[in-house]
Design a protein around this ligand. Sequence first.
Ligand SMILES: NC(=O)c1ccc[n+]([C@@H]2O[C@H](COP(=O)([O-])OP(=O)(O)OC[C@H]3O[C@@H](n4cnc5c(N)ncnc54)[C@H](OP(=O)(O)O)[C@@H]3O)[C@@H](O)[C@H]2O)c1
Length: 265
Amino acid sequence: MQLNLTGKTAIVTGGSAGIGLACAQALYAEGVSVLIAARNEERLAQGLAAIADHAPESSARALSVSADVSTAEGVEGAVNRALSTWGHVDILINNAGSAPSGDFYSLGDDAYHGAWDLKLLGYMRMVRALAPQMKARREGRIVNIVGAAAHNPTPTFLAGGTANAAIINFTKGISQDLAPYGVRINAISPGPVNTERARQLARQEAAAQGISVEEASARRIASVPLSRMAEADEIADMALFLVSDRAASITGAEVLIDGGTTASV
Ligand SMILES: NC(=O)c1ccc[n+]([C@@H]2O[C@H](COP(=O)([O-])OP(=O)(O)OC[C@H]3O[C@@H](n4cnc5c(N)ncnc54)[C@H](OP(=O)(O)O)[C@@H]3O)[C@@H](O)[C@H]2O)c1
C-alpha cells in the first residue's frame, strides 16, 4: 500500500517506548522526519537508536526532546523544537499516558490530576499548539492514542478511563473545527498491548485486587474475546494508515483495537 508520507514531519509524544516508539519507527521507515518527546533522556537516546536501526536506509531525520507533556511548558518545548527545526509539523501522534490502576477509595486527587493533565490536557494542548499552522497550510493529520477503557469502565481504572472517555469527546468535537481546513484527527483505542505499561498496570491491578501479578495478567487476557494482547506494531500500523492519504475521508473516528472487548453499539 502506497502511503505517500515521505518528506513529512511528525511529533510523537511518549515516543521513547512502547506504542509511541513503534509509531515513530513506522513513520521514520516511511521517510517521515520524527521528533520524539518524553521525559527520560536515556530512554530517548535508546529510542532514537532503535528508530535508526529499524530503517537504516530512511531519508528522514529523527530527533528527540526531553519534555514533560503533562505541563504547558513541556508541550511548548516540544512544539518549539519541531517548528524551529522544520518550520512546520504535518503529523501529530498524541500518545504519552501513564494513568495508574488502583482502588477508587485509596487513590487520591493526585492520581486523577496526573492522568488528566498528561492525557487529556496534554493532548488538547498539543492540538492547540499545532493546529493553527496545520489549518493555515491546509495540511495536518492527528492521531490520539486513547484506550478501550473509555467504553469499558471498571472501578480500579477510573483515572485512565475518565481521561480516555473525555479524549474521545475532544477528538470528535475538534474534528469539526479542523475539517474545513482539510486537517484530520482520529482516535485509536487499544485494549491490552504488550508494552512496559501493560506490565506496570498488571502489578497495580494485582495490588488493588489482592491477587498475584500473574493472575492479574491472566485475567486481563481472558477478558479479551480474541484472548491475546496486541503488539505495539499493530497500533502503529493503524496510526500510519490514519495519517496517510488512504484515510483522506476519515476524521473524528475512533478505531478500536481491543480484540473484540467493546461490544456496545
Ligand atoms: N499498553 C496498553 O495496554 C495500553 C492500552 C490502552 C491504551 N494505552 C495507551 O497507549 C499510550 C502508550 O502506552 P504504552 O503502553 O506504549 O506506554 P509505555 O510503554 O509506558 O510508554 C509510555 C511513553 O510515554 C512517555 N511518557 C510518560 N509520561 C510522560 C510525560 N509526562 N511526558 C512525556 N512523556 C511521557 C514515556 O517516557 P518517559 O517515562 O521517559 O517520559 C514513554 O515514552 C498511553 O496513552 C496508554 O494509555 C496503552
